[in-house]
Write a protein that binds this ligand. Sequence first.
Ligand SMILES: Cc1cc2nc3c(=O)[nH]c(=O)nc-3n(C[C@H](O)[C@H](O)[C@H](O)COP(=O)(O)OP(=O)(O)OC[C@H]3O[C@@H](n4cnc5c(N)ncnc54)[C@H](O)[C@@H]3O)c2cc1C
Length: 487
Amino acid sequence: MTPHRADDATINARPVIHWFRRDLRLTDNLALAAALETGAPVIPLFIFDPAILHSKRVGAPRVAFMRSALASLDASLRRHGSALLVRHGDPRRVLPALVEATGAQGLYFNRDYSPFARRRDAEVARALPIPTHSFDDMLLVPPGEATKSDGDPYTVFTAFQRKWLTIPKPCPVAPASQSGAFDRLASVDSPGLPTLADLGFDTAIETPDASEDSAHQLLARFLSGPIYEYDSGRNRLGADPDRDPTPGSSFLSPYFRFGILSIREAYEAAQAAHGQAGDARARKAVETWISELAWREFYTHILFHFPQVKTGNFRRAYDSVPWRRAPADLQAWQEGRTGYPVVDAAMRQLAQTGWMPNRARMIVASFLTKDLLIDWREGELHFMQHLIDGDLAANNGGWQWAAGTGTDAQPYFRIFNPILQGQRFDPEGVYIRRWVPELGDVPATQVHTPWASGHLPAGYPPPVVAHAFARERALAAFAAARERRPA
Ligand SMILES: Cc1cc2nc3c(=O)[nH]c(=O)nc-3n(C[C@H](O)[C@H](O)[C@H](O)COP(=O)(O)OP(=O)(O)OC[C@H]3O[C@@H](n4cnc5c(N)ncnc54)[C@H](O)[C@@H]3O)c2cc1C
């Protein structure tokens, strides 16, 4: 671990501290802009908290991506004559010590709505002798601001979205007013970031560039065309494997996860794209993309209002579903060796890249919870350990949706058929062949059912379970749980 001196921030006047967390950017950052506006020198700080870093829900791919985002942030800060001050430890102890060492007069940060972060931030505020200033930066509409007329939170997405759409959205902070303000970043004598190995991680995954520039390029690429085809493009698994892992969607989720791209900027750009859409179909596609941003906000609100979903079913009716304890089946799913090609392709894409498209996430989540009847919490944990965009709210929401236990869940009797899903969303088998080399020579007519010819390609397993049997088993298990305790 890199040693740091307590006095490595060279401060001329009583400074303020901006504590970076899920807002790893300089552009359109509300708390940072407010800190700069005070006129005091601003110390840019990041804290590696061992409680987060060494949680079993955190994996090397996401830490590698985050470290790359921090390196890029540090480089940007150095261009402004500053640097990222890095600390290791529990923020409840690190921050009071830093305040004492620097004589800081205020702490600025953007709110994180997860139960863990809310508790920590309240304790930090109590532990500090100086005021803390927090801002709603992560969402367009913060929790509590999209509620029913009686103040209760929405638990059905369509109703939430109807309300969400009517609420005025904040504009990005004007860049011109910020550029001069960056001169007020404190000069910090920081030795630089710890390596991934220093942090106790190692990964063979090559994570995408995590800079603000890359996020802006991805947004520009998406707005230059794919957004107008988003309705169909987002589901095309194997559209153009040589160009991009998912040409049909934005690939911005890891950037939103760490706040490398401002949600206000993305929303404003989407609104502009809506205005420039050539016809009603293109306009509708942009609206669908904006509704995905609303899903992100919906799940964050759900976790805020119902923190118990972190570990339990939203619908308690399913508490008695007899999930199978089946370690070999779970392992086959994790390793992409279920014998169902589209499931295996997606799980191998996850293992090799730390990411997979939404359609693939839905297919593999349905397969684990319905075909294998394995508890959604196993899949949710595996995703958190491997996804570079792993986000408690979105991931939990996605898993509970697929399992049928969530707020706005698909009904338990809708069970994805992994063969039909493959045929529909990867008709030529392009996606499958890309990630499952054993099926590289299998023609499109057989690539979704390689067992059907009677000769499985070398090294590829037979189906771990027959879908028709598994479907009936899941229907019976869910129906019995509902009978015991109606939804
Ligand atoms: C089982 C399961 C687990 C998931 N786990 C995560 C997760 O850990 N982190 C995560 O960011 N998303 C998660 N999602 C949602 C979704 O799959 C990803 O956000 C999306 O695939 C990211 O690709 P994109 O950036 O190209 O998205 P786009 O299609 O371009 O959408 C734009 C943005 O909207 C948000 N978004 C899109 N779909 C959803 C959704 N269904 N729920 C919430 N937000 C959404 C994301 O921030 C995304 O970047 C999960 C979905 C499922 C079914």
